[in-house]
Design a binder for this molecule. Structure first.
Ligand code: F6R
Length: 369
């Protein structure tokens, strides 16, 4: 049932191109527009929305953090993202014009369920992004957009995360489409790029051998740090979470701009630092800033592991290890940048003799608060 793989996690990482393609299937029409009729919230209701609030836990929360960049950019609707376990305890401001998006692979996470119940009590509409048909979260929501990752068995979420991202992009682009923002042309272009993205994920998977070798060489380290900016920041958080849960190593993700406000004190001789570099084409200011961050930490002895877009020569002089990813539109980069981090964590767990599919102390679905 592991399809020839040693672990479900490896199988599920490999299934990502298909999971991504399946999640897009039937949702882009022949004219290149999105058709999300299955989402039972009407276009007129969606035009009324004046605030989006995303609630989720763990990896699904990281998908939500990325969704915020996409939603605010393409729709100009303010969007907040909150850990479901914190949400209802702070008396959040919600009303009938707030759209709450609950992201959950299992559809059974108690924290997320309680958050959505709270939102509905305030009169908000709840849209679930979920991977499990008929589970509690979609049943209790006003609408659901299913991810089609197929069953995810390994405790650490991989393919579900990529499909959650796809679903978030679909919602963001759809909101932009029905509300008609100034980004119409860009939205159409991104829909085209999104329909190619599964092939790009496949290309990344084909080049993972050096990442595995690198992971094995770091098996005796105690700490790994992850840096990113813009949508690369949640990718850094996700890379760190995967490493904690699988390799049982101390791992932290930071927004690269925060380095100088404290975390740079952690940089010492030979500490591995993974840096997710934004495209030099899109937000080029951010690209240049992160290149100087890499220079700074390397000057302090860090071992730099740089994930950068193919052809980004500017990073080469400062990278101890380079992981190339294909060029994508800025907001879609997490789709390809996350994959090497999954492989990295999985290989480190194996090298450290850990149980990959069943990390200690963790359960696949967390049905207690
Ligand atoms: C991490 C992981 C967890 C889940 C979280 C939410 O690899 O799997 O952090 O993402 O427990 O679970 P769902 O998405 O089922 O609500």
């Amino acid at each position: 049932e592991k399809g020839g793989y040693d672990y479900f996690m490896l199988k599920e990482i490999a299934e990502q191109p298909k999971a991504v393609a399946d999640t897009l299937l039937g949702r882009i029409d022949a004219a290149g527009s999105l058709t999300l009729d299955e989402v039972r919230i009407s276009p007129s209701e969606l035009r009324e929305v004046d605030k989006v609030v995303i609630v989720a836990c763990g990896t699904a929360f990281h998908a939500g953090l990325i969704a915020k960049y996409a939603i605010e950019h393409w729709t100009r609707i303010p969007c907040e993202v909150e850990l479901a376990s914190e949400f209802r305890y702070r008396d959040p401001i919600l009303d009938g014009r707030s759209l709450v998006i609950a992201i959950s692979q299992s559809g059974e996470t108690m924290d997320t369920l309680m958050a959505l119940r709270h939102a509905r009590e305030q009169g908000s509409k709840v849209l679930a992004i979920c991977n499990t048909n008929g589970s509690t979260i979609p049943r209790e929501s006003d609408a659901v957009l299913y991810t089609h990752a197929g069953p995810e068995v390994a405790v650490a979420s991989t393919k579900a995360f990529l499909t959650q991202l796809v679903a978030c992009y679909l919602v963001a682009l759809y909101l932009g489409q029905v509300r008609g923002t100034k980004w119409g042309d860009e939205i159409r272009a991104v829909i085209r790029d999104l329909s190619q993205i599964s092939g790009e994920v496949e290309r990344v998977l084909d080049t993972m051998e050096p990442v595995r070798a690198l992971a094995r060489s770091l098996a005796d380290k105690n700490t790994v740090l992850f840096l990113g900016r813009h949508v690369g920041y949640p990718v850094a958080l996700e890379g760190a979470l995967k490493l904690k849960e699988l390799a049982y190593m101390h791992a932290e993700g930071f927004a690269a701009g925060e380095l100088k406000h404290g975390p740079i004190a952690l940089i010492e001789e030979d500490v591995p630092v993974v840096v997710v570099v934004p495209s030099p084409r899109g937000r080029s200011v951010l690209h240049d800033k992160i290149v100087s961050n890499i220079q700074e930490i390397r000057a302090r002895g860090a071992r730099t592991i740089v994930i950068a877009e193919e052809g980004d020569e500017a990073v080469v002089p400062y990278a101890d290890h380079l992981i190339w990813i294909p060029a994508t539109p800025t907001l879609l980069q997490p789709m390809v940048a996350t994959v090497p981090l999954q492989v990295f964590a999985c290989e480190l767990a194996t090298a450290r003799g850990n149980e990959v599919d069943q990390p200690r102390n963790l359960a696949k679905s967390v049905t207690v608060e």
